[in-house]
Ligand binder design. Structure first.
Ligand code: C2E
Ligand code: CA
Ligand code: CA
Length: 384
């Protein structure tokens, strides 16, 4: 815990002018003096970022940095910044470059510019919001390395028999200070960088392990992101892993959300590739995007998972019930399995049964649980 922090004592040098720039820092606790020779240019405090310049333009450090007090620093890796810059708006990229150039030329000449002005200029580029995001990303990075990202499994039940048929694997981040962080928050952050591939690797590896311990007829659904599907190395790694554990890819269903499908051609490539490897494909959150029906024509899904909003509102608003009925008929006619999400009450379960849904998922059947609870539950289920 907290092992991502680096500690210094007052007086320690953090880096010297002229050294290679391999990372930046965010001050977690304490103060830092930025100086050139004997002249202190600025004193930075908790929350400030420094050392970012050389990382941005791959130049040696233009100043030195020393711990002004005892100090805790959070390291920001070069690729955290360069990945961001590469994917940023070209105008922002240009602005950063111009400001860097100006800043460097001012630092190197012996002119009389006030350093206050210089630093406020740089600060205006890196805004507070971006900074807290970068900090969060550093923490996520070490959370992944330190196995603080957990995988939980929510039952998916056979509607006909009511028995558990499989599980959906969901990620959880137990932050040492902030507590449980919702996947809506950290998955989005991870998706903006390559971190999602690392999160995905954890989930895949754990799901393979769980599958290898469960009877053959149980499956696990996994949420995948574009960066994972574009990464052939990653997919091949998963297939190798499954082979070595003797688990058939047919038991690992990949969930793709409608929002991921911006470009049918690209989505179709993913789907064909994954199906070629033996993974069934499930359309997640079906019905919430704006191209649902067209998607069914263009893309070859094996499973449709209807979004919770339809189940939640099926009694309040008759239109939702009618749409559910229509989706059920379409799925049957197109030969796709149908899953309902967010089933919370017995009444909803009974209605879905009448509509001919194949599977249901939601608090009515069970909440997400850890691996050990999955094994205990399945043991009971198999014995009954
Ligand atoms: P999702 O794929 O739509 O997952 C279903 C979400 O609904 C889960 O939220 C689940 O806990 C919640 N849920 C399940 N049953 C019920 C119910 O009866 N009522 C209500 N109100 N909610 C229910 P969670 O775990 O917070 O996940 C949020 C989203 O984050 C997921 O939505 C998924 O899109 C994404 N996500 C989670 N783990 C991963 C991951 O490992 N990789 C990727 N790429 N995305 C993930
Ligand atoms: Ca899902
Ligand atoms: Ca969903």
């Amino acid at each position: 815990m907290g092992s991502h922090l680096k500690f210094y004592q007052a007086g320690d040098i953090i880096f010297n002018q002229g050294e290679a720039s391999d990372c930046a820092f965010v001050i977690d606790q304490g103060k830092v003096d930025i100086f050139i020779e004997n002249e202190t240019l600025d004193t930075l405090v908790a929350g400030d970022l420094f050392g970012e310049m050389g990382v941005l333009d791959q130049q040696p450090r233009s100043t030195s940095a020393r711990a002004a007090t005892d100090l805790a620093l959070l390291e920001v890796k070069t690729n955290q910044i360069t990945e961001r810059l590469k994917s940023s708006d070209p105008i922002v990229k240009a602005l950063v470059r111009v400001l860097l150039k100006r800043f460097r030329s001012l630092l190197s000449s012996d002119n009389t510019f006030s350093t206050d002005v210089l630093f406020s200029e740089v600060e205006s580029v890196i805004e507070d919001e971006g900074l807290s995001k970068i900090k969060m990303e550093s923490e996520l990075r070490s959370a992944i390395a330190n196995q603080q990202i957990q995988t939980v499994y929510q039952p998916i039940n056979d509607i006909e028999t009511g028995n558990i048929a499989g599980f959906e694997a969901l990620s959880r981040w137990e932050h040492p200070e902030k507590g449980m962080i919702s996947p809506f928050e950290f998955i989005t952050l991870a998706e903006e960088t390559d971190l999602i591939v690392d999160v995905g690797r954890l989930v895949f590896e754990r799901a393979c392990h769980v599958l290898s311990q469960l009877p053959e007829h149980f499956f696990i659904n996994i949420n995948v992101s574009p960066k994972q599907l574009d990464n052939d190395l990653f997919l091949n790694h998963v297939v190798q892993l499954m082979k070595s554990k003797g688990v058939s890819p047919a038991r690992l269903k990949l969930e793709i959300t409608e929002t991921m499908v911006v470009d049918y051609q690209r989505a179709n490539q993913w789907i064909q590739k994954c199906k070629g490897l033996g993974f069934p494909i499930c359309a997640d959150d079906f019905g919430t995007g704006h191209s649902g029906m067209q998607q069914l024509v263009a893309l070859d899904f094996d499973v449709l998972k209807v979004d919770q909003v339809f189940i939640r509102n099926m009694y309040e608003n008759k239109k939702y019930a009618i749409i559910l009925q229509t989706i059920a008929r379409i799925a049957a006619d197109l030969g796709m399995k149908l899953v309902a999400e967010g089933v919370e009450e017995n009444a909803q379960y009974q209605s879905l049964k009448l509509l001919g849904f194949d599977y249901g998922q939601g608090y009515f059947f069970g909440r997400p649980m850890d691996e050990l609870d999955v094994f205990a539950l399945i043991k009971k289920e198999v014995e009954k």
